[in-house]
Design a protein. Structure first.
Length: 128
């Protein structure tokens, strides 16, 4: 079992996964598992807001809260005072771009230029 837990991170590193997983949760939950560092069974109980973000570079969350109401959670688990939630992931360099550069260097260069223009436009909007 210990070897399995040690092999999983290596497997993810070798696959070069470029996925960006995120979760926004509000309410009450119970979660069980095994701590991969100590191999001790664990149980977590939470009541509130949880944001989990497993991402590569170039990602952001923006949560705008109503200053008059503030952020609170109702008895039914609803979040009050949130005006908007935005999650964005910008262009990223992955193994796919490396493969593209080998097969079509001109197209890979065009992608890199488009990515540069994207980030310049975001910087001009005040997003960093």
């Amino acid at each position: 079992m210990k070897k399995l837990f040690m092999a999983l991170p290596l497997l993810f590193m070798l696959t070069g996964c470029g996925h960006n997983t995120s979760m926004f949760f509000s309410g009450w939950y119970v979660k069980g598992g095994i701590d991969p560092q100590t191999y001790v069974p664990t149980v977590a109980v939470a009541d509130g807001v949880q944001v989990t973000d497993i991402s590569r570079e170039n990602s952001q969350w923006v949560i705008e809260v109503d200053q008059n109401i503030g952020l609170s959670i109702g008895k039914d688990g609803t979040i009050k005072g949130v005006k908007s939630i935005r999650r964005s992931v910008g262009p990223q360099v992955t193994g796919y771009l490396v493969d593209l550069a080998k097969s079509d260097p001109a197209l890979a260069k065009a992608f890199a230029e488009a990515e540069k223009a994207y980030w310049e436009s975001q910087t001009n909007k005040g997003i960093k």
